[in-house]
Design a protein around this ligand. Sequence first.
Ligand code: NAD
Length: 440
Amino acid sequence: MSTKSAAVAKLARRLIARLPLPIATPVDLRRAWGRPMQHPLAAKRAVVVGSDDDAVVVLSDALRTAAASVYDTPQDAGADIALVTVPGDAPADSLVAWARQFGSTLRGVAKHGRVIVVVRASGPTLVTDAVHGFVRSLGRETGRRAVTVHAVVSPTPQTAASVVVFLASERAAYLSGQTITLRGGQGPSTDRPHPEVAVVTGAARGIGAAIARCLADAGYRVMVADVASQSEVARRLVDALGGEAAGMMFQPCDVRDPAAVSSMLEKARTLSPVGCIDVIVNNAGITRDRTFGRMSDAEWSDVLEVDLTSLVNVTRSALPRMCDGGRIVNVSSVTGLAGNFGQTNYAMAKGGVIGFTRELAVEVEPRKIAVTAVAPGLIDTAMTAKIPLINREVAKQMTSLAQAGQPEDVAMAVEFLARREAWPLRGQTMRVDGGMFFGP
Ligand code: NAD
């Protein structure tokens, strides 16, 4: 956030604080921005308990491998991570005993901590639904201490390991209150024998630029694609990432133009020693907000064309040029899940992205290509700077963490989804919204 907009936001918060309403003051989140760490949970204390003993053993090992100290009883000073396991076929009345048995572990989490409930199940059960409601509610209570809460529904504990470590890390500080449902099955090899190539559309600024930086930090060669009017800022970004010598490239590309998309993707292939693209991040997007009754044809079609049709077309053009084992990450929005006043066009496009992600994931599974999406909430960028200040401040209050996210929060989630070990999340949409009060 710029210094000016930070000052204006501070003033707005002060004014809002004078209103006779319960206003929460946000806690500065701890974020591990930059190169992904080999030991992301170093110095973290984790308590792992639960009624699924096998899951306790497997997930304790996963946390230890990430360098956490793991205990099986609550810690005096509070744990940084509380992980509780539960079998998905447990009877309804066992939830009472479960809450009594593990309540103190869940309550005793330190500031900036994480609560993760892992349910062993291959699909929805009474327990998965109950835990979903539980984590959505608990997250709202703990968010004021920057403690985030999640449920991971997984067919085996092994399948859950990498997402549990990610959610427990400081790369997931702005994610809360979500249920992530995993699928089993053999994914692609996690070896990276050569530098991988990632294409990011709309990468000149905002969330796209943060994604490009994050992927470059993680060792990718990055194709920065954006409209020609953004050339200057995009070239500066490429230079900051190390320029062409480091395998970074800018190519002007309006995602609405199939010829420009095709030529950009061909150039991206040249960045790879094996001539194929590993990761596509469909990030380019616009808003044209107005109530449905007053929306012009152009406001309707522009948003649908950029945010949905072009995303589908870029993907279609990219697929034959992608390596087997590749990943596609689509940038949707919580508006696509929960809707928003004055955004029927945007909600339709972003909702479509979620459906497209789910269906395409099944279709490209034989090539071991994983398709996932992120649904950002309110993120501080030029796009949201257009929202009236008071509405923005109210929207922040409607998150568990009482604040907007930063482009880096979305970028770190995208970088995780672009990893090969995120295979169990294929078809899923991961919210990056600070635990918004709205939506499923
Ligand atoms: P932004 O306006 O700051 O950046 C969008 C980028 O996309 C710009 O660089 C723009 O030039 C580029 N772009 C627009 N039309 C394009 C086109 N036709 N071809 C190629 N590039 C094009 O927006 P942002 O906030 O960084 O948003 C990035 C993505 O995240 C969008 O898909 C947006 O819908 C989504 N999103 C943002 C928020 C938020 O709170 N900022 C929330 C949910 C979802």
